[in-house]
Design a binder for this molecule. Sequence first.
Ligand SMILES: [Zn+2]
Length: 112
Amino acid sequence: MKLSNIQKWETLKHLRENAVGIEDGNKTVLILSVNSWGKTERCAFCGRNHYHGAYNGNRVSHCRNDLFNFPIDKNLVFQNRTGQLFYYSDGYVLKGEEDRGSFLDLYHVGVK
Ligand SMILES: [Zn+2]
C-alpha cells in the first residue's frame, strides 16, 4: 500500500504513541511481534515491517530508512502515550505472536 506523506506521519505517530516495551534494567526496549514467517509488525522506530527469519538468537536491527526514506537517526528517541522512552540505540526485541506473554520468546536485537 502506498502511503501519502500525511499517512506516513500518522502511522509513525500511532506506532510511537502505542509502542509496547519491556523493562530491561533502567531502560525500556521496544517489543515487536513477529509471525511464524519472521515478519514483524510495523516498527515504531522506522514505521516499516522487518523480516528476521527464524527468530532465535541475537539479531541486528533492520531499521534503515524511515517511511519518508530518511536514514534512521542513531540518536532517535520517542515517548509513548504512557511516558516510556524508547531509544533506538537500545534496539528492539522480537516476540513470537503464538507465544505471547513468555519472556523466553524475547530475543534482544542490537542496533550495530
Ligand atoms: Zn525499524
